[in-house]
Write a protein that binds this ligand. Structure first.
Ligand SMILES: NC(=O)c1ccc[n+]([C@@H]2O[C@H](COP(=O)([O-])OP(=O)(O)OC[C@H]3O[C@@H](n4cnc5c(N)ncnc54)[C@H](O)[C@@H]3O)[C@@H](O)[C@H]2O)c1
Length: 153
């Protein structure tokens, strides 16, 4: 399948690397340096298995800043953008997740969007209503940083 991953942090990169063993994966980020490292088979984060897989495995993985190119023909878009929690305001900043959803709906509204980012209870129902898209689902993520690929494997 053709899969795009939005955000190559701990969550997105571990999923992108695992899926790229058997799928065509395009990983999108907004930071050029991360994209360049991945395309040079180096990990932007410290994770033994991600480093090993990038170096040793045959992966169908391209990192890019070009969201249009990545989302255009994707069957699935895995959303792993940050949702930083503000403990003073008791608030998750979901703006990056919403930015990705908006782009996907403009570029490829038939793609299934799988939210792996941490979002508040009820968020998925609310965003489906707000956007009118029935293609948004949530799948919780439980990995440990530095063991991200191992935990997802
Ligand atoms: N790290 C964990 O252990 C963990 C575990 C469970 C859930 N989560 C959740 O998963 C989400 C991602 O966490 P992480 O640790 O991978 O974060 P991270 O900050 O390491 O990575 C997020 C990446 O998304 C990129 N990004 C930001 N806006 C973007 C956009 N519009 N399009 C594409 N990429 C964009 C950033 O540049 C960054 O590289 C968060 O919601 C977090 O709460 C994290």
């Amino acid at each position: 399948m053709k899969i795009a991953v939005a955000g190559v942090g701990y969550v997105g990169l571990s999923i992108a690397v695992l899926l790229a063993q058997h799928n065509e994966v395009k990983a999108v980020d907004i930071i050029q340096e991360k994209v360049d490292l991945i395309n040079n088979k180096k990990s932007p984060i410290q994770d033994e298995y991600i480093e090993k897989y990038l170096k040793e495995k045959k992966l169908n993985l391209i990192a890019t800043l070009d969201a249009k190119e990545a989302y255009r023909d994707a069957d699935f878009v895995v959303i792993a953008a940050p949702t930083n929690y503000d403990s003073n305001k008791n608030f998750f900043d979901t703006s990056a997740v919403e930015a990705v959803i908006k782009q996907v709906m403009e570029i490829n509204p038939n793609a299934i969007m799988v939210i792996k980012s941490t979002v508040p209870v009820g968020y998925t129902t609310a965003i489906r209503e707000k956007t009118g898209s029935r293609n948004i689902i949530f799948s919780p993520e439980f990995l440990r940083e530095s063991m991200a690929l191992y935990d997802n494997g």
